[in-house]
Design a protein around this ligand. Structure first.
Ligand SMILES: CCCCCCCC/C=C\CCCCCCCC(=O)SCCNC(=O)CCNC(=O)[C@H](O)C(C)(C)COP(=O)(O)OP(=O)(O)OC[C@H]1O[C@@H](n2cnc3c(N)ncnc32)[C@H](O)[C@@H]1OP(=O)(O)O
Ligand SMILES: CCCCCCCCCCCCCC(=O)OC[C@@H](O)COP(=O)(O)O
Length: 298
């Protein structure tokens, strides 16, 4: 090959990372893409690294600790400050069902921030087929349901209800049943509430504040920011029967919707925001507000 051409090619190769770096710093959509890709790569990498360790123990809720440890560093990498309100409401003597709003995959960061000991999420069956990620989830005792087959899902819930009492197991459910980036919550599926009534355990609602300040897939924006997680008072189900489930579902949803609306109003941006390790965050000096949350300071 012509040495001159080779030299040019080498220069080109050296310039490529530089160009990517420049693009990352100056193009929010490119930054969004990189950050989302990194999020998924992190999960695949950690699942691949830790699954063999988890496999030594076999399928067990104890592996949820590994899963937590794997996901906890993400908030530092992304410069997302987590504020947890009323976490003491999660300290209950027995098992319970947590219901939480579901905006995006980012919820995993909030989930590992507050998820108590001996608690497993319910997840869609599709996650099982994500290679080592599915394997890691299975090893951690995550409960899978097939959302397209209601009878099978109801059967899994019934088995989970007895396991909850026998094994002192709590369960985390996203009752919207799917990710919802919208400003209000979707109608709730009833599985979580049937589960709590069947097991006769309390329901603890958790609300994660909207991500608009720092994360918007539509606008391809992903900066640093603050996320608030609020634990609401538990709702008892002792003595309730299946016929009470619709009312129970509605009242819990109402309480969560009110908390969400309240949290959407308050300003989540803080002066002492954490600096992301993954490069530039948001322009803190910028006067024009991003997202459409009210900027009233408390
Ligand atoms: C080891 C180291 C590793 C390191 C690496 C880290 C890797 C980590 C990676 C990843 C971590 C994991 C992350 C997990 C997060 C995943 C999140 C998700 O996947 S969210 C999607 C799944 N969640 C749900 O779908 C909610 C639960 N679903 C339900 O509750 C539904 O109710 C369901 C599926 C059971 C049925 O859905 P329907 O669409 O038919 O809707 P309906 O309105 O609820 O029910 C219809 C009728 O059935 C009755 N029904 C529902 N459930 C019942 C039940 N259990 N018993 C009796 N009747 C029931 C209801 O009462 C209703 O009947 P009437 O209208 O009242 O007459
Ligand atoms: C073989 C490699 C594949 C790469 C996979 C990347 C791993 C990412 C795993 C992230 C788990 C996120 C959990 C989550 O948030 O699931 C979404 C469901 O709750 C709702 O699903 P949907 O909105 O109804 O599609």
């Amino acid at each position: 090959m012509d040495p001159l051409l080779l030299l040019l090619l080498l220069h080109g190769l050296l310039l490529l990372p530089l160009a990517a770096l420049l693009l990352y710093r100056h193009s929010p959509p490119f930054q969004f893409l990189c950050k989302v890709a990194f999020f998924n790569c992190w999960i695949v990498a950690l699942a691949t690294l830790l699954s063999p360790v988890a496999a030594l123990r076999g399928r067990s809720v104890e592996n949820m600790r590994l899963l937590r440890a794997a996901l906890l560093p993400l908030k530092h990498l992304y410069g997302i400050r987590m504020r947890v309100r009323d976490s003491e409401l999660l300290r209950l003597p027995g098992p319970f069902v947590i219901v939480c709003n579901h905006q995006a995959s980012l919820d995993l960061m909030g989930m590992v921030e507050v998820i108590p000991e001996r608690c497993v999420p319910i997840a869609k069956r599709e996650l099982l087929y994500l290679g080592t990620v599915g394997w890691a989830c299975w090893l951690s005792g995550i409960i899978f349901i097939d959302r397209c087959r209601r009878d099978a899902a109801i059967e899994v819930i019934a088995r989970t209800a007895s396991a909850m009492r026998q094994e002192n197991l709590s369960v985390w459910v996203f009752p919207e049943g799917t990710r919802n980036p919208g400003k209000s919550m979707l109608p709730f599926k009833r599985g979580a509430f049937h589960l709590a009534v069947q097991a006769q355990v309390p329901i603890v609602p958790i609300v994660i504040s909207p991500y608009w300040d720092f994360f918007s897939p539509e606008e391809k924006r992903f900066t640093s920011g603050t996320c608030t997680i609020r634990v609401l008072p538990r709702v008892e189900t002792l003595g309730l029967s299946p016929k009470d489930v619709p009312k129970l579902t509605e009242s819990v949803r109402q309480a969560m919707a009110e908390a969400l609306a309240e949290m959407s109003m308050s300003d989540h941006r803080d002066q002492d925001m954490e600096q992301p390790l993954l490069g530039p965050g948001e322009d803190r000096g910028s006067p024009q507000g991003q997202g459409d949350t009210a900027r009233s300071r408390k």
